[in-house]
Design a protein around this ligand. Sequence first.
Ligand code: PMP
Length: 406
Amino acid sequence: SGALAALDRRADFPGLLTADGQPWHYLDTAATAQKPRAVIDAMARAMGEDYATVHRGVYARSANMTLAFEAARRRVAGFIGAGGAEEIVFVRGATEGINLVAQSWGGANLQAGDRILLSQLEHHSNIVPWQMAAERAGAQIDVVPLTEDSRIDVEAMAAMITPAHKMVALAHVSNVLGSTLDVARAAEIAHSVGALLLVDGCQAVPRVPVDVGALGCDFYVFSGHKLYGPTGIGVLWGRKELLDAMPPYQGGGSMIDRVTFAKTTYAPAPTRFEAGTPAIVEAVALAAAVDYVEGIGLSAIHAHEAALVAQARDALSQINSVRLLGPEDSAGIISFEVQGVHPHDVGTILDEEGVAIRAGHHCAQPLMDFLSVPATARASFGIYSDESDIAALVRGIERVRKIFAK
Ligand code: PMP
């Protein structure tokens, strides 16, 4: 179809070839995305001829690097529709972003008897930090169930939320099933009782247009490495007045206003939350990734992945022993089972065929419990995916069936 051929970006990604130059069918983009040459080059320049520290040096190289680092913050802010660059906190990844809010906001605001609302499909990184915060505060966690077709059931959420709920934390797009949350509706429900909504946007930011202002949430987190950028950098967006009211997360250099042994005062947000030398190179390369992705456009990427999902679901559903999980309109992620074969065996045999999928619980054990499976096989798409990947996947699964039919 036109949508499938339209992107045609494979050649931009050196990681999509095997060591001996053969095409590699990489279907694990939900775990981490391959990087386009533009990002690799930006990273090499930032680590090479442009390299210096930020925020401190009196020499020109450092001043220039500081400009590039702060430009990256503005680039990210514009990309997700933030109110301004001061609402963007650079963190190590989504995991650290959620831990920051759970510890800083949670430490200051959660009290005994308060409740936190999560969903059945959350990634462990949007469960465990809240359990830790709840334990410290004496708060409780409640779990929003899923609909029959494995979406977060927002109307069930509306029925179960109470004024005791202070925080709601939900995934925008499920990393296992690709199901998409109606964030605006979830925000409306959270705010109706005075709770805040944190959205885990790890799988959404690379797959759907995101405008945090329009979504109406209070915090939004994502990881750079899933957005075709480097590891070691991620983003916490928070509404300015919320960030300003939150205590520091970690102490150290850079996050202070004035230090004496008697008393230390802190810098305003976002600096207050960025103790230590930041991920300078990674931030600059993340901005390059945003440029690359915006050059294609999130609407085009979303349409591309939707077409791939439709084609893959159609092809896989014609194989008798394959059971598809998740909704038909999944945002680029398909979990499936091959009857009578453990997902790890599916993954190993596919690897021999040059097809890389993920097999396991995908850091979502409560979702596995809900689906009554120990693990799933998961194929996930990206900008560079095309029909040849689906054809290779189908060929590989046919081989799995032959081996296990013996
Ligand atoms: N949430 C979701 C939905 C994810 O898919 C992931 C990564 N698998 C994370 C959170 C955690 O991201 P990171 O490991 O980059 O911190």
